[in-house]
Structures are given as structure tokens and as C-alpha cells.
Design a protein around this ligand. Structure first.
Ligand code: GRF
Length: 220
């Protein structure tokens, strides 16, 4: 068997996407292995989930650092020590220093609860409802210095129904996010996806539109 892709997950909160990746990693055909879960909130549930799964954790408190750049430099030095092939931001609620991020562009992804380029930033469910959108969804994208602005690899879309609230949308979207993230890490682990300039390549050709989640797998 070829070597499993080494993954570091960064998370600040509840950790349900981390949980989905851990479940995917336990599948017999898994092609990746989470080697570290790191976060900026020592009390985060995500770190407890990692500990329970026997995964190494790292909690760094930004309040112990002079500024963002020094926190990010330390965080990414420790992440780099694990020699990851991929860094996954799974609810990591910090803007990254561009200098710390630069070496990882093309090897770092983020899951975002909107159909990017719509609704970068926060309150995505509320904004989709207010706009009267017919559908909502989630995206996985390569991380670049622009917040939620990097090239989109994959998306999942679902209808918005009459009577939906931000909470009901969030609840319905979450299990789809989990499948989307696991499937996207899997195609990355297979070496089928890469960042080329400002675009995504899939199976050697430029991707004209994000991959779409169909059941548990991704299709162009
Ligand atoms: C998810 O909605 C994800 O899309 C966003 O932050 C949330 C994290 O949830 N980036 P969890 O911590 O994975 O449960």
C-alpha cells in the first residue's frame, strides 16, 4: 500500500467536521491519516474529540503572543514539524498571517458553509435566507490570503425550504458538510486535485466548475 497522506487539522470549536474525518479515516480504504489536531482555544470540544481518538493535540493561546504574526509563526512551525501533506481548517476561526500561510498555499483547505463566492465570512445561513436564495450549501476551497476567497474545489448544494431559519439550514447542511469534507480529502489523498495558479486541476485538467457531491462521492 502507498503511504497514507499525513493530515493536520486546525479547529477552534465543536469539531463535528473533525469527527467526520476521523470516521472516514477508520474506513478500511482510507488514504489519509490525521497526525495532529491543533487549535487556538484550549477548551475546544474538537481537541477533546481528538484526544478521545488517540490523536496528538496542540492548544496554543493567542493571548500569550505579541501579535498575530508571532502566533501564526509558532503555530505553523509546530505544524510543519509533523510534516503534513495537507492542512485542513475545520472551523478554525482565525484570519491567517499571509507570511505564515504562504508556504502552505496549495496544501491547505478550508470548509465554508456557503456556496462560494457567495457569503464569505460569518452568518452565511442568515445571509442566504435574507437574499431569498432558492438553494444553499457548503464549499471546500484552497486557502489563500484572501478570506474564504481561494479557488473552490468542491461544493454541496441543497434547497432552501419555506419556513427555514438560520438554525434549520445549519442543521440540515452540517451532515452534508461532513460528507463533502471527507470526500474532498479523499480526492486530495488520491492526488487527483491540485492548485495551479488561481485554478484547480482535477485528473490533470483545469476544473471549470467545483466538483459536486453526489451521495458520498465527488463528480465533475
Ligand atoms: C462548520 O459549519 C464549517 O463549515 C465552518 O465552521 C463550522 C465548524 O463546525 N467553517 P465544526 O466545529 O466542524 O462542528
Amino acid at each position: 500500500m502507498t503511504q497514507a497522506m499525513r493530515v493536520v487539522v486546525l479547529a477552534s470549536g465543536r469539531g463535528s467536521n473533525l469527527g467526520a474525518l476521523l470516521a472516514a479515516q477508520r474506513e478500511p480504504d482510507a488514504r489519509f491519516e490525521i497526525v495532529l489536531v491543533a487549535g487556538d482555544k484550549p477548551e475546544a470540544q474538537a481537541l477533546r474529540i481528538a484526544e478521545d481518538a488517540g490523536i496528538a493535540t496542540l492548544a496554543l493561546d493567542p493571548r500569550g503572543y505579541a501579535d498575530r504574526a508571532s502566533f501564526d509563526a509558532d503555530l505553523f512551525a509546530r505544524v510543519a514539524a509533523q510534516e503534513p501533506d495537507l492542512i485542513v481548517l475545520a472551523g478554525f476561526m482565525r484570519i491567517l498571517d499571509p507570511a505564515a500561510l504562504a508556504p502552505w498555499v496549495g496544501r491547505m483547505i478550508n470548509i465554508h458553509p456557503s456556496l462560494l463566492p457567495k457569503y464569505r465570512g460569518l452568518k452565511t445561513h442568515e445571509r442566504a435566507l435574507k437574499a431569498g436564495d432558492a438553494t444553499h450549501g457548503a464549499s471546500v476551497h484552497f486557502v489563500t490570503p484572501e478570506l474564504d476567497g481561494g479557488p473552490v474545489i468542491s461544493q454541496v448544494e441543497m434547497p432552501i425550504e419555506a419556513g427555514d431559519t438560520p438554525a434549520s439550514l445549519a442543521l440540515r447542511l452540517l451532515p452534508l458538510e461532513h460528507r463533502l469534507l471527507a470526500a474532498t480529502v479523499d480526492v486530495l489523498a488520491q492526488g487527483r486535485v491540485s492548485l495551479e495558479g488561481n485554478g484547480v486541476r482535477f485528473d490533470g485538467a483545469p476544473l471549470a466548475a467545483p466538483l459536486r457531491l453526489d451521495g458520498r462521492t465527488l463528480a465533475a
